[in-house]
Design a protein around this ligand. Structure first.
Ligand code: NAD
Ligand code: DAU
Length: 372
């Protein structure tokens, strides 16, 4: 039995990992540490099976005392570190919180892990049976041209947004704790995720909900930017494989082999919505503002807006290392994953209504993209 500390476990990917891990390894104890920022939501963990060996701690990874105490009192042997400020647009408007959580917070966790596992002379753990897994992003590698090969683990770092720079700094700190102190670490750099529980500031849930509500679908720039989309459960499986079989001190890129320009995704979502409304007349009653409820097409909501400053043109992952060493292959095709995601947001309307509170409305009306 392992005892995991999952930071940021009430956020999008963290919550999906908690559900995944409780299903996959029901004997393990799961301790979630989450500050419940605007992006964190304890409701994401409400449907865990009653028998799950689970504790939720409302707290901040920057609180060194709390993290030290938790590691000691719970006998944590595995840290899976998701907690972060994760939205590029917010990092452009106000980078400060990104430095605090993503850089200082990560360093606090590393210090705590080193103290608990390596420094404490009374600790029986040593380097065996402990692991700090750091969850990172492909954005640390910067932007690709249309003919460039995808990002591999040896692509030089070239972060372009304050978010990407803060994640790059955290990756370097994690690496340094392995090389300097021998702290057992692994890192995953993953491409864009989609699926259940994603906060509706990110492209896919934002477009879905805006279409249902009859609000503009804001396309940044020319809409030709490319992302490499991975269903979130496939990301969780990749993390599992790395934690259980990855070489310590190594980084692994995870991606879906699924490069798509933003406009293609937005068109696909609009067409899927039109079709759903045609097949199910109750949707028109539930969402009367959606163009599809009035016999029109959702694409009429598409609105080109000012581009994101420093907007990376293309991301693409070369996942061959994870594939070769760990057997990682995504299970979901994009069409299966996106269909299930649309179903999830249609079924879970109370979930997204609840997270779109006052601060969300304020962000949507004041961020730089929607001001222009
Ligand atoms: P998210 O914004 O949905 O969730 C972040 C979670 O961290 C929230 O629950 C929040 O409350 C918590 N948190 C924030 N600051 C905290 C602090 N100081 N102390 C404790 N908890 C704090 O993010 P996500 O999309 O689930 O991303 C999770 C991780 O995966 C991040 O590290 C991100 O960089 C990385 N990642 C995300 C994607 C993606 O497509 N979303 C892709 C690759 C990597
Ligand atoms: O690549 C991994 C990264 O993917 C993660 O590290 C980040 O945490 C995650 O937020 C995501 O970053 P992106 O910036 O790629 O995701 P976002 O959903 O914000 O935007 C995806 C693309 O869609 C991007 O090209 C910007 C564009 N976009 C986004 C929004 C929110 C729009 O055109 N309109 C929008 O309203």
């Amino acid at each position: 039995m392992r005892t995991l500390l999952i930071t940021g476990g009430a956020g999008f990917i963290g919550a999906n990992l908690v559900h995944y891990w409780a299903r996959q390894y029901p004997q393990d104890r799961l301790v979630v540490l989450d500050a419940l920022t605007y992006a964190g939501n304890s409701a994401n963990l409400e449907t865990l099976p009653a028998q799950a060996n689970f504790r939720f701690v409302h707290g901040n990874i920057c609180d060194q005392l709390l993290v030290d105490q938790l590691l000691a009192e719970e006998g944590i042997d595995t840290i899976v570190h998701f907690a972060a400020e994760s939205h590029v647009d917010r990092s452009i408007v106000d980078p400060e919180a990104f430095i605090q959580t993503n850089v200082i917070g990560t360093h606090n966790l590393l210090k705590a892990a080193k103290k608990a596992w390596l420094d404490n002379p009374g600790s029986s753990r040593g380097r065996d049976g402990v692991l700090f897994h750091h969850v990172s992003t492909d954005e640390v590698y910067g932007s690709l041209g249309s003919e460039d090969p995808p990002f591999s683990e040896t692509t030089p770092y070239a972060p372009n947004s304050p978010y990407a720079a803060s994640k790059a700094a955290s990756d370097h700190l994690v690496r340094s704790y392995y090389h300097t102190y021998g702290l057992p670490i692994t890192t995953s750099n993953c491409s864009n995720n989609y699926g259940p529980y994603q906060f509706p500031e990110k492209l896919i849930p934002l477009m879905l909900i805006n279409a249902l509500e009859g609000r503009p679908l804001p396309v940044y720039g020319d809409g030709a930017n490319i992302r490499d989309w991975l269903q979130v459960n496939d990301h969780c499986r990749g993390i599992d494989l790395i934690m259980n079989h990855g070489r310590r001190g190594e980084t692994y890129n995870l991606g879906g082999h699924n490069e798509l320009p933003n406009m293609e995704i937005i068109d696909l979502l609009c067409r899927a919505m039109d079709q759903r409304f045609a097949e199910d007349t109750s949707l028109a009653t539930r969402f009367p503002e959606c163009p599809a409820a009035k016999g029109k097409q959702c694409t009429e909501l598409i609105t080109f807006v000012k581009d994101r400053p420093g907007h990376d043109r293309r991301y693409a992952i070369d996942p061959r290392k994870a594939q070769k060493e760990l057997g990682f292959v995504p299970h979901y095709s994009f069409i299966e994953g996106i269909t299930a995601t649309i179903d999830w947001y249609l079924t879970n309307e109370p979930w997204w209504r609840a997270v779109m509170d006052g601060s969300y409305a304020e962000w949507m009306t004041t961020n730089y993209c929607n001001r222009c």
